[in-house]
Write a protein that binds this ligand. Sequence first.
Ligand SMILES: N[C@@H](CCC(=O)N[C@@H](CS)C(=O)NCC(=O)O)C(=O)O
Length: 235
Amino acid sequence: MDTAAGSRSELHLISFPTCPFVQRPVMLLQEKDVPFEVTYIDLSDPPEWFLRLSPRGKVPALKTEHGPLFESQAICEYIDETTEGSLLPANPYERAHDRAWFQLASEDLFVPLYLMIGASTRKDADEQGIKLKVTLGRLEETLYGRDWLSGSGKHFGMADVACAPFVMRVADAKARGWFDLFEGFPQINAWADRLQARPTLRSSVPKQYAEVEQKGLEDRDSIWLREPQRAETGR
Ligand SMILES: N[C@@H](CCC(=O)N[C@@H](CS)C(=O)NCC(=O)O)C(=O)O
């Protein structure tokens, strides 16, 4: 067990080191300077006690003083509502907008990026890259005239937290010379730079992140480890 900040915390996250869904509540907790504890589990052999907390067997799960919670969005909103300040906009339309992008990021950004980075053939990687480019085109339009994705676009908020793990992984893939998904998207690049300037973007992953990520890609026989040159869709 790792106490991330302070002790006697009432919030206890169940995690896997490379999971982008867990990174969201960790970033939120760090942004709000709220103490919490973390326990890492082996997702390939999840302990019995974890399956009682998380009915779908997925991380993150959060133990609270009231009982367990699962699903990163529910967890983030619970944390946001029960701690000081709020990263969810007060305006109902803007709050709904943040929730919609939270959901979109899970399904249309995290999943295809995971499949693209772990793909064992160039063809499979390219297919995911094409899907991502379509979604990124929509995001580019949405970000026009804004500093942030959240709310009115003036302040860092929940929708930005929701997408931050994706932005970090795209930046890492570019740094490794694999692909640059944000090429040709100036609004996204400016927003990604703002996100990368926040210390919590990197502090929200544990020190074993790179090692576990590398091992996961080796196990999946990732094309990027074998042939790291850029794919057609990433140019
Ligand atoms: N919709 C879930 C997705 C969580 C998720 O897919 N977590 C992955 C790890 S990154 C997991 O626990 N996978 C284990 C499994 O599917 O058995 C959320 O937002 O929390």
